[in-house]
Every structure is written in C-alpha cells, then in structure tokens.
Design a protein around this ligand. Structure first.
Ligand code: ZN
Ligand code: ZN
Length: 424
C-alpha cells in the first residue's frame, strides 16, 4: 500500500538523523536504525484492539486502586490504614501542596489521561481533526512524566524501611495498583508513534528525493520531532501535526547547560537539608538522604540501602556528569568519529534512568501518610524532599532539551566526499 519513494517509506532517525528507507514490516516486527539501533517503528499485531484492551483494563484497575485501602501498618496495638488519595491529603495538611500536586500529576493524572487519549485516538471516535492532533501531541510529551511504576517501587522500599518497626500489610487496592502499573506500560508500548500519526492524518509529501544512509541535515531535511514526518529543513511548522521545530533544537546546549546548572545548585541543599522528620516518643530526628542510606545499611537492609543510594545519590550525580560530558562532546571538543556510538549509549541510559530518582520522594510520601501514630511515631516530609523533586524534574528537562543528533553531526565530516545534494 506504500510504494518506494513515497513519504510513508522514509524516516529520519530521531536520535541520529540518518535517512532510512523502511522495509515492509510483517506484523509483530520492528525496524531499527542501521546506525544507532534506535527502534524507528514497530508494526504491532492488532494495533487497535491490543492497546484498547490494555488501556481499558488499566483504567478499570486505577478506579479499583482508588476505592479501597492501599496499605496498612500495625505497631504496638496501634494501626494505621491509608488509601491512595490519603497521601496527597496528608501532604497538603503538612503545607506541602507542591509535593501533593506532583504526586497527583505524575502518579495518577498523567497515566490516566494518557490511557484516555490512547482510547480516543486509536478507536473510531469522531473528533475534530485539530483536537485529535493536539491530543496526540500531548500524549507523546506526557509519556516520560507518568511515574506510576516508580511510585510502586517507592511503596516497596517504604515497606522494607518500616518492617523494623511494625507489621505492614497490603490492602485490597494494592494488587489493582500493581496491575495498573503493568497495563499502562503495556498500553503505551503497543502504540507506535508512526502508526498512530498515520492513522490520524496522512504523511506530508517529501520535500525532495531522499538519499538513504546520509543525515537529514546534509540533504536539507529534518524530522518532525512529534510525528516523525520528513520535512524540508527550513519548514518551521509541520503540516501534519502542527509542531514547530528546526533542523536541530535551537540553543539546545545552552538550555541544557542552564537547566543543569540550576539543578546542580539545588542539588547541594537537597542533600544537606533534611528530607524527612521522624518523631518518635517525643524525640525529633531529622534525616538527610545520605543519613537514610546509612541507617538502612546499619540496619542490615543492604539491598534497599543500595537501591536508595543508587537512585538518589549515584544516578542524579552521574546523570549531571553525563549531561555535561554529552554537551562537551556535542560541542566538538572530544575526539571526533569514534565515540558517537558510546555517547549515544550514555544518552539513552541518562534518558531512561532519570525518572527513577523520584523513588525517594515517593518513599517519603508513603511514609509520611502511613506513619501517623501520634506520640509513638510520626513521619513528616521536609524541605529537602521538595528540593530533590525539583532537581529530578530539572535534570529530566535538561536531558529533554539536549538534541541527541548533535552527537552524530561530527560523523558527517567523514562522509563529506560522498555526492553532494542538489538544491541545498
Ligand atoms: Zn539512528
Ligand atoms: Zn509533525
């Protein structure tokens, strides 16, 4: 249905900008970029029915997860039971509405909205085209901000932290929440960006005859960052999805460095200030991130101490270093040609692990909602937690504003002897 030299056959790799002719994909197979191995597109079996099923099931589980008690705790005859919605309520009552908002947004609202948008977009629902376009745009922007599974990991870590103090039990809502996490991930996975946009509106015609195995920038073309259409380099707005863009993200390195510097400045107080306050039998103990790790380690919970150490201390600092390295490299300061592939791996890891640093923030959210035993023991969030959440968000933005294609642009000098391109 799509013969060669038609727009639907061609794609610029979003990561390395290589022009590639897509093969005819059998259902259930995917096409990878020949240079950087990024998945370009996946031809899912039953592209409509599967995501619909997963998204519907996920939404149903989300409703169940909010209806019943989530977890409970028994200490010395006292018991405490919370629902999911109790977590933001407690934070608001402690004057941490900002943390409550982050929790509601990242853990509940974003995944739920995404599921609804997936359902509306892939099923024959008659909606005006502009609305469909903006929904699809939002869907792919929101993808990295859904943190349901990271919250679940945070819940498990808080279980281990609390086991020393009392009996922890799961409520009726716990299993539905686990299923919600899995189902929403799966629903997202089954929606191919390229297929979805093809479903909404046809690909715009190619600006020129594409040359395979050469960067788009060298043949005067750019990839639409949202719908993957191949556009002329100087075409600012994509005719299909309406997203604006340039051949390379404008001032990418400046933005990345600015966001990184800000997050670094906040990272210092986030580590020095307490992230939570524990009140036990009249004693007030404040603890920083590092103190929490040390305490877990001395209690013998080595795996959890390691998880928190890696997620809260190693990942953010390594991520900052990696982004500095990426910027330095993209600026052409390091040895050309050889390390594009290595830098690409680093970028992929940075993009993937960044969100997981949120785990400690969610641990504090669960602890402060669940551990409310009055005089016996109570846990409250503290300023460090909010600062740390902001650091994670800023480094996520820093990774997003970095244009990975810059890493590969140095490779282009090598192939300059190849036929030059007409018209550009
Ligand atoms: Zn590539
Ligand atoms: Zn587009």
């Amino acid at each position: 249905m799509c013969s060669s030299h038609q727009a639907c056959q061609w794609m610029l790799c979003p990561q390395c900008d290589l022009m590639t002719q897509l093969p005819d994909l059998k259902p259930g197979t995917k096409a990878n970029c020949p240079r950087c191995e990024t998945t370009l597109t996946t031809n899912w079996q039953e592209p409509q029915r599967r995501p619909t099923g997963y998204a519907l099931a996920a939404l149903f589980m989300l409703v169940l997860a909010n209806l019943f008690p989530f977890v409970n705790m028994h200490v010395a005859g006292l018991s405490s039971e919370i629902t999911l919605m109790r977590i933001p309520q407690v934070m608001i009552s402690e004057n941490y509405s900002s943390l409550a908002t982050l929790f509601l947004l990242f853990v509940q609202a974003v995944p739920a909205v995404c599921m609804v948008v997936i359902l509306l977009l892939i099923n024959p629902v008659s909606l005006p085209l502009p609305l469909k376009r903006s929904m699809a745009r939002v869907l792919f922007q929101l993808k990295s901000w859904g943190m349901a599974e990271i919250f679940l990991a945070g819940v498990l870590v808080s279980f281990v932290k609390l086991m020393a103090y009392g009996d922890i039990g799961i409520g009726t809502s716990f299993i539905p929440w686990c299923l919600f996490c899995l189902l929403q991930l799966r629903a997202f996975q089954c929606v191919d960006r390229r297929w979805l946009w093809g479903h909404i509106a046809p690909v715009p015609a190619l600006p020129a005859r594409p040359i395979p195995a050469i960067s788009g920038i060298q043949q005067g073309m750019r990839s639409c960052g949202c719908c993957t259409a191949v556009l002329a380099a100087d075409q600012f707005t994509c005719p299909r999805c309406g997203t604006g863009g340039y051949v390379r993200r404008r001032n990418s390195l400046q933005w990345t460095m600015a966001l990184l510097l800000t997050s670094f400045l906040l990272y210092i107080p986030a580590n020095l200030l307490p992230i939570m306050v524990t009140e036990a039998l009249g004693n007030k103990i404040t603890s920083t991130i590092m103190a929490g790790v040390v305490l877990l380690w001395s209690d013998g919970s080595y795996p959890v101490a390691l998880v928190i150490f890696i997620a809260s201390i190693m990942v953010p600092s390594l991520k900052m270093l990696a982004i500095v390295w990426l910027c330095w490299d993209a600026n052409g300061k390091s040895k050309p040609y050889q390390d594009s592939e290595r830098m690409h791996k680093i970028y992929e890891v940075v993009e993937f692990v960044g969100r997981w640093s949120m785990i400690d923030v969610f641990v504090i959210a669960v602890l402060s909602a669940l551990v409310r035993m009055g005089q016996l023991m109570s846990i409250y969030p503290a300023t460090g937690a909010l600062l740390f959440a902001v650091v994670v968000i800023l480094t996520m933005f820093a990774a997003m504003t970095f244009d990975p294609r810059l890493t590969w642009d140095r490779v282009r000098e090598k192939s300059l002897e190849e036929p030059s391109i007409e018209g550009k």
